[in-house]
Structures are given as C-alpha cells and as structure tokens.
Design a protein around this ligand. Structure first.
Ligand SMILES: [Zn+2]
Length: 309
C-alpha cells in the first residue's frame, strides 16, 4: 500500500524537476543575451559620437570591422553547440540579413542568439520529456522501458511550439532594439537596453531582457505541461499493463490548489473515466491520477520504498 503523503512527495519532486528544467532553459537564453549585450556595447563604443548612437550611423553599410565583430559574437554563442540542419539553415538566413546594414546586423545578432538558445532548449527539453515518459512508466511498472514510441522520442509538437515562442521573442526584442535606434541612443539607453534581468524580475521599457523573459514564461508553461503529459502517458501505459481499475485524483492539498482542482481532490474514478490533468483543468496543473482500488486504497508503485517515511 502507498500513502497519499508518498504520492504528494512524488508531485513535489516533479515540481522541483520542472523548476530545474526551466532554470536550465533560462540559462541558455541568458547566456545568449549576455553575449548580445557585450557586442552591442562594442558597436556602441565604435560608432557613438557626442550625440550617442544615431539612426544615420546604424543605417550605414556594414564594413569589415562590423563583420568581424558579428562573427566573433556568433562564435561565442556557438561555443558549446553543434548546430543541426535546422539551426544551420536559420543561421544562414540570418547571416544574409546581417549583410544589409549595421542596423540589420544588430537585429541579426539578436536573431542568431535567440535561435541558438532555442535550439539548445529544444534539444535539452526533447530529451527531458522523453525521460519523463520513461520515469512515469517505471514509477509503476516492474519492467524497464527499452524503447519509447516514436512520438515520444520526437516531441514534434513541443519543438514546433518552442520555435514559435522563440520567433515571437526575437521579433519583440528586435522591435525594442529598433525603437531605441530610431530615437538615437545615449550611454544610459544602451545600458538600460542590455541590463540583465532574471526571468521573474521587473519588466522595463527599452530593455531586451523584458520581451525575452515574457516569452520565456510561455516556454516554461509549455515545458511544464508537456512534461506532465509525457509523465502521465508513461504512467498510463504502466497502469494499463498492470490492469489498474481505479484511479484517485490528488491535488497538492496546499493553498495554491485552484477552484477547478480542489473539488476533485481524493475523488475515485474507474480507470479511463477520470478527467485528465491540464487537458480538463488548466495549464501548469500538477494534479496526479494515482492507481487505487475501489475503496481508495492506493496501490504500491516501484519507487515508493525509497520515499518511505
Ligand atoms: Zn490541478
């Protein structure tokens, strides 16, 4: 027999895992933005005069210094990355854009940095989502999972969505850049534009981290929800194989439980007839359906021993 307390510990472990995953993803974007910021300062120092950096100045054709500076930034951003075909193709298009004018090149710097960060996040998360499926399965099944379904291995929908969020992020950051450049930028403006802000931090006008962090919040939700979907699918496969007949809905039973989930807490459903967390509740729902018998006695999973109080 398992206890509700043990099941709640498992939910807490999943939440911590989500937080760690999102911190990893944030780091990819923060690293890219920090390199972008350093190079924006380099451009500023090279071209600003007593009026700061003017629109006229950044509208000039690129010269060999610009090109060298641009590729230097790209090399820094690609230091730990071996681009796959999709990223290489995107970077080629971005390099073409960078050759038009200095302003295009600065926009391309943002595009390249965010594309590299998105590619790194995608690759990290696809692997992680697959592992969540495996862990969901092995939590209840006595067997190990040798292979996963192709859909779980590929995570196509996650990949498509994370790239859309990444592209919206790039567009909004370029808008922030262009607004600044069209007004002309002094030292205080460039400092404000490149100031680093944690994902949960303040939102500031004229700051590149602000639209990045707004879209990171969407990427967090996407990653949390897909993590839960994968872990639940793995668990369902184990439940079906083990012929589970009933499941109990469990919330975290703390102050954060929402009005949708609260009345479901500890309700027992025949397997297959229960609402589905997230799909039938809300984004970022971490409620769990756990195997039980018709009297609500929870069935013992495989990892429960290590969680024994
Ligand atoms: Zn919930």
């Amino acid at each position: 027999m398992a206890t509700i307390k043990q099941e709640r510990k498992k939910i807490n472990k999943l939440i911590k895992r989500d937080n760690r995953n999102n911190q990893t993803i944030d780091r990819f974007y923060q690293q890219a933005l920090s390199i972008i910021g350093n190079h924006l300062h380099e451009f500023y120092n090279e071209y600003a005069d007593e009026n700061g950096l003017t629109l006229n100045q950044v509208s000039q054709n690129v010269n060999s210094w610009d090109i060298q500076e641009f590729y230097q930034a790209i090399n820094e951003m690609l230091a730990d990355v071996s681009p796959d075909d999709k990223l290489s193709q995107r970077l080629q298009a971005i390099y073409a854009q960078a050759s038009i004018s200095r302003r295009d090149m600065l926009g391309a710097l943002i595009g390249a940095g965010m594309s590299i960060a998105t590619a790194r996040s995608e690759s990290f998360a696809v692997n992680e989502l697959k592992q969540q499926y495996i862990d969901g399965y092995e939590d209840f099944s006595p067997r190990k999972l040798a292979t996963v379904p192709a859909k779980v291995a590929k995570q196509t929908e996650y990949s498509q969505r994370v790239w859309v969020h990444g592209d919206v992020m790039t567009t909004r950051m370029k808008e922030t850049l262009n607004k600044g450049l069209s007004r002309g930028m002094g030292q205080a403006d460039i400092n404000k534009m490149t100031r680093s802000i944690p994902q949960s931090g303040d939102r500031i006008d004229g700051n590149l981290a602000t639209p990045m962090n707004q879209m990171l919040s969407r990427i967090h939700t996407l990653t949390i929800d897909e993590g839960a979907n994968n872990s639940n699918k793995g668990k369902s496969k184990a439940y079906e194989e083990q012929n589970v007949k009933y499941v109990m809905w469990l919330t975290q039973e703390d102050d954060h439980v929402c009005d949708i989930c609260e009345p479901l807490d500890r309700q027992i459903f025949p397997y297959g007839e229960a609402p589905i967390p997230i799909a039938d509740t809300h984004p970022r729902c971490r409620c769990q359906l756990v195997a039980c018998d018709e009297n609500g006695i929870l069935l013992k999973g495989q990892t429960d021993e290590v969680l024994q109080d």
